[in-house]
Design a binder for this molecule. Structure first.
Ligand SMILES: [Zn+2]
Length: 76
């Protein structure tokens, strides 16, 4: 009886409710895409739709310009 109690109390339980690797991958992709949009896009994303005109309009650059300077990204 005492031996049985000691063997149960010494077991190590691994948590099965941790964050899944799929969720970590999805968040990493969202983070990388967001970092690119906020910090580095110079018309690349809109150029998929608007073509070369997007590199002259720089809509996302203008939208995130002050945030880039405030957070220290190289802007221009
Ligand atoms: Zn700037």
């Amino acid at each position: 009886m005492l031996l049985n109690f000691m063997s149960e109390s010494s077991q190590i339980y691994a948590s099965k409710t941790g964050i899944s690797k799929l969720a970590i991958m999805a968040l990493a992709i969202v983070f990388t895409a967001g970092l690119f949009v906020v910090g580095f896009d110079q018309g690349h994303i809109f150029s998929l739709v608007y073509g070369d005109q997007a590199f002259e309009d720089l809509y996302i650059h203008e939208l995130t310009h002050d945030m880039r300077h405030a957070s220290g990204f190289p802007c221009h």
